[in-house]
Design a protein around this ligand. Structure first.
Ligand code: MSP
Length: 515
């Protein structure tokens, strides 16, 4: 039996409502998950929320709430957004889940028993307003790394995880496995970082300083550092130390999708934690870039958030998904502007795809009483090759984690189909009764190609793609399973087509309808 495709998102901090950055990661993962399902693979897609640590504790206190009550109130905002954006996850993990906490305890006990953890006195520089400890190296001109205010030297007892012991192993591992850290530029960044000696990782906080965390299993005075706790979700969520059968079935993850700001946690701490635990490495850690506005990262603390719910309401979920997937190459930063989104909506979605459907459906209506013409012996065999090349190209871009290229290939085809209409001029053929079979063949061919386009669009813009297939009376629970299946014609001859409303109404009309 082949192993299911296991894809993860980071766990989002619940101290603010989700914004475009979070939506982007989940839309990417959802698209890959759907694509692998389309290929007939079993998929396990996990997302969730990161609910411990200083940030959350402080946000709760600011609102005069208990941390648990606060996270219980915030977490549903994420589920609601995923629901709106059509994110089909298989499991939603919270770091406050009992099973997760159990797994963290089990792992720590095991690592301590193996001698991977030690207790030591820790001297560091503490920023009181940020409640953060910094090492000397992390200070910026002697001041707090985050807020640049004065710091004070503090000493406390903590537990440490032996990161440094595995530095040489990690460098070798990254060198030997070119797909482990992607894209290449991030791999180089991490190898560069690893040229400096690694310090062991302080994995606890004294309870007197921070009580909102998982209990450290062998000391009542400590709680677990939030990152050590959160990273474990990738294995605890699939049953590690709790349900070994499930774990064996799903681990290793095929890909951890992360933002470039949390690369180090995922490509230094996490692989070393796994190595010390004696667990296999995930296949790939893939870092995407940031969505920026006026050159700065979109984030709550910078106060420039972009609300995914509003944009999805205004332009439709598929247009929002399409924009994020098409506008930037996965890995690079993208400048967000609503104008660009509106431009993509009009040019790519309304004009290219929307019009293609509208023209085809109208001609089928007008010349063949709404039925896809039956061309007897069927379409030319050469087409089989063309379908299969199209499928191979899109699939290979997606397997290479490049949804932008995949969409470029699909849109090139859409452009060709629109050109075909211009060149064939079905309205001229229709005037000549002797050319009726030529007309039938042209429309049948267009309809067949559009069907293939719609099938490959299912992972990217599921609502629209399903709508097209439904109008062509095709089942939407599609599974291709192989390139060979994709090479065949999909349409039943003579099937009646439902023209329907515009797939992407003009923006001015859409707005008028919303008021
Ligand atoms: N809780 C940690 C992750 C723990 S994973 C075991 C965390 N949470 S976060 O909510 O701050 O960020 C989650 C993800 O959102 C990160 O991958 C981050 O890169 C991404 N984004 C936040 N703002 C972003 C943009 N403006 N653009 C793109 N993604 C960004 O870090």
């Amino acid at each position: 039996m082949t192993k299911p495709y296991y894809i993860t998102t980071p766990l989002y901090y619940v101290n603010a409502s989700p914004h475009i950055g979070h939506a982007y990661t989940n839309i990417l993962c959802d698209t890959f998950a759907r694509f692998h399902k389309l290929l007939g693979e079993e998929v396990f897609f996990m997302t969730g929320t990161d609910e411990h640590g200083t940030k959350i504790d402080r946000a709760a206190r600011d609102q005069k709430k208990e941390p648990k009550a606060y996270v219980d109130e915030m977490m549903p905002k994420f589920k609601e957004l995923w629901n709106i954006l059509g994110i089909e996850y298989d499991y939603f993990i919270r770091t406050t889940d009992v099973n997760h906490k159990k797994a963290v305890g089990n792992i720590l006990r095991d690592l301590e028993a193996k001698g991977e953890i030690y207790k030591a006195s820790y001297k560091g520089w503490y920023c009181v307003p940020c409640e953060s400890f910094w090492t000397k190296l992390q200070l910026v001109e002697g001041k707090c790394h985050d807020c640049h205010r004065e710091v004070q030297e503090l000493e406390e007892e903590n537990y440490f995880f032996k990161l440094s012991k595995y530095q040489d192993w990690l460098i070798q591992y990254i060198n030997d496995n070119p797909n482990f850290v992607r894209p290449e530029m991030r791999r180089n960044e991490i190898l560069g970082f690893l040229r400096e000696p690694l310090e062991d990782l302080c994995i606890t906080r004294p309870r007197t300083r921070l009580a909102w965390g998982i209990d450290y299993p062998t000391s009542k005075e400590h709680v677990v550092y939030v990152w050590f706790d959160a990273l474990i979700n990738y294995v605890s969520g699939v049953g590690f130390t709790i349900d070994e059968k499930k774990f064996k079935k799903l681990w290793p993850a095929d890909v951890h999708m992360v933002g470039k700001d949390i690369l180090r946690h995922h490509t230094v701490y996490w692989p070393i934690m796994l190595k010390a635990m004696g667990v296999e490495m995930p296949k790939t850690v893939l870092a995407h870039g940031w969505w920026t506005m006026a050159g700065t990262k979109v984030s709550k603390s910078r106060g420039n958030t972009v609300d995914p719910v509003e944009l999805s309401k205004k332009y439709g979920v598929d247009a929002f998904r399409y924009f994020l997937l098409r506008e930037v190459t996965l890995g690079l930063d993208g400048a967000f502007s609503e104008d660009l989104l509106a431009e993509r909506y009009t040019s790519d979605l309304a004009n290219d795809l929307g019009n293609l459907w509208f023209r085809l459906a109208s001609m089928v209506d007008k010349y063949f009483e709404g039925r896809i013409p039956d061309v007897g012996a069927g379409l030319k065999p050469a087409l089989i090759n063309e379908f299969s090349n199209f499928y191979e190209e899109v699939t290979s871009a997606m397997k290479n984690y490049d949804p932008r290229t995949a969409l470029n290939i699909i849109w090139k085809k859409i452009t060709v189909l629109n050109q075909m209409i211009e060149e064939k001029k079905p309205w001229v053929l229709a005037k000549d009764p002797k050319r009726k079979s030529e007309l039938a063949e042209a429309l049948c061919l267009l309809a067949e190609w559009l069907t293939h386009v719609a099938v490959l669009l299912l992972p990217f813009i599921p609502g629209t793609a399903q709508q097209i297939l439904k109008r062509l009376k095709l089942k939407i629970e599609w599974m291709i399973k192989s390139g060979e299946e994709f090479s065949k014609p999909f349409l039943k001859p003579g099937v009646s087509v439902e023209r329907g409303e515009a797939l992407f109404p003009r923006l001015d009309e859409k707005e008028a309808a919303q008021h």
